[in-house]
Design a binder for this molecule. Structure first.
Ligand code: ATP
Length: 437
């Protein structure tokens, strides 16, 4: 298959990335260094999907490295971040980043460990990848553009793309890197692909050989962050990925007893949908905490804690996830008792964003509507009286806080509608609290 013309390709890139790509190509062309678009963006371009990020790989001459190329591209104007261990460099422009890698091969000292990386050829670079549809490359250099050379496909990726199949590139791929199973579960529903039969068999073998036990909690957690993050960006249902991992027996291999409990399915679907529409904008940074909380809620508390330990989740995030079921029940009971929008505000403003998302996902319809209305309409509303106004009235300390709180409740309930009415109420409350003390 012939490569697309560069202008057609650039048109499908995020606008902010186009300039970065042009600069890399200009610099690489002057030294006859060959540049390729590789991996996910090629797959997405072939499927006619919007490209989300740009991964470029360069073939350098002996003695050259990607950092040197990145600095030439940047000319002191862009941020250059070097990732020594993987031989990659990130170029940060305004509103866009671009990953630049050199062609490399990888070796796995033992199953599940991070690979050692060394210089290689383009073919080796493509063969080290997870699935054939992610092992395609489009040559972008001037010489290749002039000849419109074909898409590089050394693993049969184009055929698998046609067949909508995720196929690993060698039988021990999941042994080398079991996190590829999590990638498969993330990509399959997003792309509408299935894991090939041969890959399923290889996954079963890796599970049988205990390969998942060797993967660090950090690496596993990063995959969960991406899985829930993907849902956030695209309105996908994270339960579909979890269902695959459940059916493939991967969840139980991560922690005995871990599963997708049927009760979490609808809340998870709701979570995916809520993220692309108001009240929660897409791209929530810590949406994975909400996803984990919603997913693990029906499981027994000791199992939930073991899962958190296995995925090396600690601190606030762990507390939010492990305590979610108890807090959810308390919040829902309080919501049922809350009379008026002011009371709902008082309750929900104390709730962190991640727990709020999970709460919305789990709440029965009436409570869900109240949470959504608060998130969309009420939480951003400001009372037309400030702390400074109250200080000017001589209020200080805890009384001031209490008055502000009462004013806010009255404002959201609609019993106070103007700044003047709010000031009158403030006077009244402070007079009453003075006469009490
Ligand atoms: P997305 O569209 O979600 O960014 P992607 O396929 O671009 O998907 P990245 O995580 O950005 O995924 O990885 C870039 C490329 O690196 C992939 O397309 C794949 O070729 C390769 N890759 C990533 N993770 C692995 C892995 N664990 N094993 C082998 N290759 C991998």
């Amino acid at each position: 298959m012939r490569s697309p013309a560069l202008t057609d390709l650039l048109r499908t890139l995020p606008e902010a990335s186009v300039e970065l790509v042009r600069r890399v190509l200009a610099c690489a062309d002057t030294r006859r260094q060959r540049v390729y678009l590789v991996g996910g963006p090629v797959r997405d371009w072939l499927m006619g999907r919007r490209l989300r990020d740009v991964d470029l790989t360069v073939e350098l001459h002996k003695g050259e490295d990607a950092t040197e190329l990145a600095h030439r591209v940047s000319a002191g104007k862009l941020r250059v971040r070097v990732h020594e261990r993987f031989g990659t460099v990130t170029l940060q422009g305004t509103g866009a980043a671009l990953d630049l890698a050199t062609v490399r091969r990888e070796q796995y000292a033992r199953d599940g460990a991070l690979p050692t990386v060394e210089e290689g050829t383009l073919e080796e670079d493509l063969r080290r990848r997870d699935f054939s549809v992610n092992a395609l490359a489009i040559p972008l250099s001037a010489a290749a553009r002039a000849r419109r050379v074909g898409i590089v496909d050394v693993t049969g990726g184009l055929e698998d793309l046609e067949a909508r199949s995720l196929r690993i590139l060698h039988a021990r791929s999941f042994h080398d890197d079991p996190t590829r199973a999590l990638r498969a579960a993330r990509l399959a529903p997003r792309l509408g692909f299935t894991l090939s039969r041969h890959s399923r068999a290889a996954l079963r073998a890796a599970l049988r050989d205990g390969a998942f036990g060797a993967v660090s909690g950090d690496r596993l957690r990063r995959e969960w962050v991406k899985l829930f993050g993907d849902a956030a960006g695209q309105g996908l249902d994270p339960a579909r990925s979890l269902r695959l991992l459940h059916d493939w027996h991967v969840l139980g291999a991560l922690e005995p007893g871990l599963e997708l409990d049927g009760r979490a399915v609808t809340p998870l679907r709701r979570l995916g949908r809520a993220l692309v529409e108001p009240p929660w904008p897409a791209g929530q940074r810590r949406v994975w905490v909400a996803g984990m909380a919603a997913w693990l809620a029906p499981l027994r508390a000791p199992l939930r804690r073991r899962v958190l330990a296995r995925l090396a989740i600690s601190g606030d995030q762990a507390t939010r996830i492990s305590e979610f079921p108890r807090r959810r029940d308390a919040w829902l009971r309080a919501l049922e008792r809350a009379r008026g929008r002011g009371a709902v505000d008082l309750l929900l403003s104390g709730c962190d964003e991640e727990s709020l998302l999970a709460l919305h996902a789990w709440a029965p319809p009436a409570a869900r509507r109240r949470i959504a209305r608060w998130a969309v309409e009420d939480r951003g509303r400001r009372v037309p009286v400030t702390g400074d106004d109250l200080m000017a009235m001589g209020l200080t300390g805890p009384v001031l806080g209490r008055v502000l709180e009462r004013l806010r409740v009255a404002w959201l309930d609609g019993s106070v509608r103007t700044r003047e009415e709010a000031l009158v109420l403030a006077h009244e409350i402070s007079r009453r609290s003075r006469s009490k003390s």
